[in-house]
Write a protein that binds this ligand. Structure first.
Ligand code: UDP
Ligand code: MG
Length: 164
């Protein structure tokens, strides 16, 4: 059993592609074991893309995933099953939407901005190491409905909101 993180990026939400993308991903027959809408902070964005922090497009990439150009939310999901990482990456297509297979999600819906950022609609973990790091970054153990990674009981004093 393998897990992978999928993020429908702000352009995907803004362009009303959510249903379409989920339908495409359902072709994999993988299971959704976590899902939530997230407002991405600068910290989360920078940590998620930390491997790219020296790239010239990094600042714009952070703004893009935070939704500065579209809508300030993303839809984060965890898919689980055999070869989950490869199956999802295949349907997503290449990073550069102009090079991506035209029937892939990125090939069909992505674009390159005049600033040079690939607005490619969807994120998918590239390998098992990235998947584990990314899933742990975006989701807490209680939010995953599967045996994911080892977890421990944690007693935290956090201030939460409840319904008034
Ligand atoms: N990206 C970009 N220009 C590049 C490379 C990457 O704008 O030359 C953006 C693009 O949105 C991509 C993200 O940065 O999805 C993360 O890049 P990575 O190389 O990890 O590609 P991915 O794993 O998303 O295919
Ligand atoms: Mg990547």
């Amino acid at each position: 059993m393998e897990m992978t993180l999928v993020i429908i990026k702000p352009d995907g939400l803004k362009k009303s592609l959510t249903g379409n993308i989920l339908t495409r991903l359902s072709e994999t027959k993988l299971e959704i074991v976590g899902a939530k809408v997230v407002r991405v902070s600068k910290e989360l964005a920078s940590e998620h893309y930390r491997a790219l922090k020296d790239k010239p497009f990094f600042a714009d990439l952070v703004k893009y995933i935070m939704g500065e150009y579209h809508t300030k939310r993303v839809f984060a999901l965890v898919y689980a099953g055999k070869d989950a990482i490869k199956k999802v990456r295949e349907i997503c297509g290449a990073t550069n939407p102009e090079e991506a297979d035209s029937v892939s999600i990125r090939g069909a819906y992505g674009r390159i901005t005049t600033k040079g950022v690939y607005e490619n609609v969807i994120h998918a973990s590239a390998n098992t190491e990235d998947a584990e790091r990314e899933i742990k970054l975006w989701f807490s153990p209680e939010e995953i409905v599967a045996e994911a990674y080892p977890a421990v009981e944690a007693e935290e004093k956090v201030r939460r909101q409840k319904w008034a």
